[in-house]
Design a protein around this ligand. Structure first.
Ligand SMILES: [Fe+2]
Length: 296
């Protein structure tokens, strides 16, 4: 159609997309265009601001590579990842869920480990951690044979792919739950960390007067056919950033109980102080699908 006025534009675009063969794609694009147009009208977007926005999107693409995913970071930093996560877990948002956003640091092919093993692969100073976790179904029955990817930052707040001093796959490992749904491992207590701020997301956070920190946490990805893949994070309970996580990942259910250990550790030996974590994760029946790895 020939556009007679501003008021015609949205309908012209929606009409042009009307023959989209895939009905779900049609629904998504229709809503995206209507909301994007409504957004521009609501703020009366200027041409200069449109320039800034397009440049911002282009810079997100340019900042993304095999080792860094600025697109995921942007989605996380505006709460979009958490919104999508909570809508699609906990019986489609009806109940509390153990799920949380994936974040930009999951790598596929973590080394397989025996339960009790340590994911510390190169010297990583910090408080020792003994984690004892369990996976149950909605009826609290244990789930055996779940493959669990664990990954975390160092106590200094860096993932191995961000830090040349750490060995490849340091603080990453893949465990399998036993007949009682349990998996357990040794590590070091993770530290809070800033998300990368040298790209467009950093510019956004500075403009909004926001700090870039995430409270310390462990990441888990739990996979078993017959169950919806559980992607989650468990947070250190005394962390000062719990209330202000830059990517809005903290829900009540995900605050772990990281208790200072007394006496000998639960297995093996530990010189000096150690911290214990006991945590139970719940997986829902559903389809076992792996996400797209944000980095290689
Ligand atoms: Fe993380």
């Amino acid at each position: 159609m020939i556009i007679e006025s501003q008021g015609d534009v949205t309908r012209a675009v929606v009409d042009a997309m009307a023959q989209t063969a895939n009905p779900r794609l049609k629904q998504i694009m229709d809503a995206l265009v209507r909301h994007a147009h409504a957004f521009a009208e609501e703020v009366h977007l200027s041409e200069a601001e449109w320039d800034v926005g397009i440049d911002f999107l282009n810079r997100i693409g340019k900042a993304t590579n095999d080792k860094h995913n600025e697109g995921v970071l942007f989605s996380d930093a505006i709460g979009f990842s958490t919104l999508v996560c909570l809508m699609n877990n906990g019986q489609s948002g009806a109940t509390e869920t153990a799920a949380a956003l994936l974040g930009p640091f999951w790598r596929m092919h973590s080394p397989r480990m025996e339960n009790g093993g340590s994911i510390v692969r190169s010297p990583t100073p910090g408080p020792q951690l003994f984690a004892r976790c369990r996976i149950v179904d909605p009826k609290q029955q244990p789930i055996a044979g779940v493959e669990v990817d664990v990954w975390q930052s160092s106590p200094a707040g860096l993932y191995e792919n961000q830090d040349a001093t750490q060995a490849d796959m340091n603080l990453r490992g893949k465990f399998t739950t036993d007949a009682d749904g349990r998996f357990w491992f040794r590590s070091v207590k993770p530290g809070p960390y800033p998300v990368p701020v040298d790209g467009p997301v950093g510019d956004m956070l500075r403009a909004q007067n926001r700090h870039p920190y995430r409270p310390a946490h462990l990441h888990f990805l739990c996979f078993k056919p017959g169950f919806k893949t559980l992607i989650t994070q468990v947070f250190v309970d005394e962390d000062k950033y719990l209330e202000t996580d830059v990517v809005f990942g903290v829900t009540r259910a995900l605050v772990g109980d990281f208790a200072p250990g007394k006496g000998p550790p639960p297995w093996g030996d530990a010189s000096g102080e150690w911290t214990g974590l006991n945590y139970t994760l719940m997986m829902e029946p559903g389809e076992a699908q792996l996400p797209q790895p944000p980095i290689k």
